[in-house]
Design a protein. Structure first.
Length: 178
């Protein structure tokens, strides 16, 4: 399990470093710091041509779109408690600060990493990585993974984020042999 946590955290951090993301959302109903978007992706300017959006949603049979207030989310993560909803499932995250680093070439924009669990689910695992431009969240509960992945598209200054679960993935258990 520790190896899985380490792999997820490293992968999340590697995804975060080159990502430069953002969004806009009219006036969606807020659920914590995550604003569910109920519009068609084609109605969000630039989203369907966004390569990060295309790469994230390729191979998914379903996903949800959200706008995220990164400053508020970071402030709540620093308190150790974040509540968010991914694909209709509510999670109360219990977090501790893992690391803070600077992206290559950055001098004043740190990337913050947190790890933790879902309240009431001791065998769960959570990794949250956030910067001033993007957020990546991985939640594992028995038998299912949940993800939030930022795109480069912004809506009202907030990153448009794709939420999905392992049950949304079309390609599962793919292994490569060399």
């Amino acid at each position: 399990m520790l190896k899985k946590i380490t792999i997820v955290l490293v992968f999340t951090a590697l995804l975060m470093a080159p990502a430069v993301l953002s969004i806009n959302s009219g006036s969606p109903q807020q659920h914590g710091d995550i604003y569910p978007l109920t519009v068609n992706p084609s109605e969000i300017p630039g989203l369907t041509s966004d390569l990060s959006f295309q790469a994230t949603t390729k191979g998914l049979k379903g996903y949800s779109l959200y706008a995220v207030d990164l400053d508020d989310l970071l402030a709540k993560a620093e308190t150790g408690s974040v509540t968010l909803e991914i694909r209709g499932r509510k999670f109360e995250l219990v977090l501790t600060r893992d690391t803070s680093t600077l992206a290559p070439g950055a001098t004043d924009r740190p990337i913050y990493s947190f790890r933790g669990s879902v309240k009431g689910v001791p065998e769960s695992m959570v990794a949250l990585t956030i910067s001033d431009r993007a957020v990546f969240v991985t939640v594992w509960v028995p038998n299912e993974w949940y993800y939030l992945r930022s795109t480069k598209t912004k809506l009202d200054g907030k990153p448009v984020v794709v939420g999905y679960s392992s049950k949304d993935e079309v390609f599962k258990n793919v292994s490569y042999r060399y």
